[in-house]
Design a protein around this ligand. Structure first.
Ligand SMILES: Cc1cc2nc3c(=O)[nH]c(=O)nc-3n(C[C@H](O)[C@H](O)[C@H](O)COP(=O)(O)OP(=O)(O)OC[C@H]3O[C@@H](n4cnc5c(N)ncnc54)[C@H](O)[C@@H]3O)c2cc1C
Length: 432
């Protein structure tokens, strides 16, 4: 595949989550030209998919969407979505990246975001943007506030009936679209590739993902989101309103068997947040958080935890050993509480797992940035300049270097933008 397009810019930002967006905006506001490369169909990262955010309980999409729009409308920012980074090199004060634009089977220039293709498509598929709880079409705009508002066709589910192409008023559907290579020549790069969650599949004691009313915390975020799959809190198996909900903390972290020995840092706080939101949505429901320690590390977080206790959310200090499906869709939680008498069993209508946080991307074979023992990108000066990597001119921001909440991710993005800006100025002075 040959390079079809070359883009020159001052800074390349890899990852369009909240950290990448903030770093890009900070640089663009200083008049640097920035290219954001995002591997997803939309920018926004995890934050655009959350319900509300701790500790303020602000609506997450209401505060993320304006950032996404600012980046999209900024004269100094170019956004490339559905693009995979293939190689990134830094030498002599310049960064060169090879990126593959994957086929959407819809021409980005022609698509006007009218969704007529989506309405015409007869194929229903589980919607990954709604935790798989509701259906979407084989060709679609991924979610209502996605940026860009461009449809994409899912070739695994498309049956080539041609209805979308006939419905499209601009002739944008292109079943034969091929991947395109893009070369980016930049002065510096910021890696803001974020995190991913481990799945319940590696946890036989928690049902390996097969117990219907055991869901992940990201799925619970969708159930609680204003534009969620049900518009109310229902359990997925049978649409029943749950009377009793349990959260299992450290379900995938602080766990050698999952390869995640470290603390995933923000799970205690999001479980408390979700419990509070549930208690508002279902005031009569019993909500229990099974935990090892509560790590309320940030400003206002301890107060948030105390408020949850005052609201009647129960906190049981103990490790959950096993989950088991029961008749009628309930889930038995086997646990040993610190203040209990051996193993106890309680039944809940719905169980939420706080899985482990792992890197979304590995630089192996793509760029010579090294990773730490936890596989996140290694910061070479963790105390003095946590955004520096060991590759000159390449910086890191947000959860790409380890689990981080939104506040810390944004603060770090600002620091990475500042370091990148200093680097650009120094190199340009040296090169005369
Ligand atoms: C269930 C849950 C609830 C949460 N609730 C809260 C909360 O209430 N408050 C709070 O402060 N924090 C919360 N968090 C944490 C919050 O999601 C993170 O702090 C935040 O998303 C980190 O932002 P980021 O940009 O670093 O990473 P991400 O949001 O992961 O974004 C990274 C982006 O980079 C892209 N990317 C990855 N690799 C590549 C590549 N090779 N090329 C191009 N693009 C790439 C990804 O597609 C993604 O868009 C929660 C997390 C979870 C899981």
């Amino acid at each position: 595949m040959t390079s079809e397009r070359t883009i020159r810019c001052d800074a390349l930002v890899v990852g369009g989550g909240i950290a990448g967006l903030q770093a890009a905006l900070d640089l663009a506001d200083q008049d640097f030209s920035v290219v954001i490369v995002e591997r997803d169909l939309s920018i926004g990262g995890k934050m655009i998919r959350l319900s509300k955010v701790f500790p303020t309980l602000d609506c997450s999409s209401c505060i993320t969407t304006p950032k996404m729009a600012s980046a999209a409308h900024h004269d100094n920012i170019t956004i490339l979505t559905w693009c995979e980074l293939r190689a990134l090199e830094s030498a002599n004060g310049a960064v060169t990246a090879q990126v593959t634009a994957m086929p959407r089977f819809v021409d980005e220039e022609k698509c006007i975001g009218c969704r007529k293709c989506e309405y015409a498509c007869p194929v229903l598929v589980p919607d990954p943007e709604q935790g798989g709880f509701s259906a979407t079409r084989a060709i679609r705009i991924p979610f209502s506030n996605a940026i860009p508002q461009v449809a994409a066709l899912d070739p695994d589910n498309c049956m080539l009936c041609g209805r979308c192409a006939r419905a499209c008023p601009t002739g944008a559907v292109d079943y034969l679209q091929q991947p395109r290579e893009i070369t980016i020549n930049a002065g510096t790069a910021i890696l803001a590739t974020g995190f991913e969650m481990t799945g319940p599949e590696g946890k036989p004691q928690y049902g390996n993902g097969t117990i219907p009313n055991v869901i992940t915390a990201l799925q619970m975020e969708r159930i609680l989101a204003p534009h969620g799959p049900y518009n109310r809190v229902l359990r997925p198996m049978d649409g029943m309103e749950p009377d009793s909900i349990a959260f299992v903390q450290c379900a995938g972290s602080r766990d050698l068997s999952m390869g995640v020995p470290y603390c995933s840092r923000f799970c205690c706080m999001y479980a408390i947040k979700q419990a509070m939101l549930l208690s508002g949505a279902l005031p009569l429901a019993d909500i229990v958080i099974y935990y090892m320690d509560i790590r309320a590390f940030g400003k206002g977080y301890e107060q948030f935890y105390q408020t949850a206790k005052a609201m009647g959310i129960q906190f049981v200090k103990g490790k959950v050993a096993r989950l088991q499906a029961q008749d009628g869709g309930a889930v038995a939680v086997h646990y040993e509480a610190q203040e209990g008498d051996g193993v106890s069993v309680d039944s809940h209508d719905l169980v939420v797992l706080s899985m482990g946080v792992v890197p979304h991307w590995s630089p192996a074979g793509i760029c010579e940035v090294s990773t730490a023992d936890d596989h996140f990108i290694r910061s070479v000066q963790p105390s003095l300049s946590p955004v520096r990597t060991d590759l000159e001119g390449v910086f890191v921001a947000g959860a790409a270097s380890g689990p981080k909440d939104i506040v810390d991710s944004i603060a770090e993005a600002g620091a990475a933008a500042m370091e990148a800006s200093n680097y650009l100025t120094t190199v340009s002075r040296q090169q005369g």
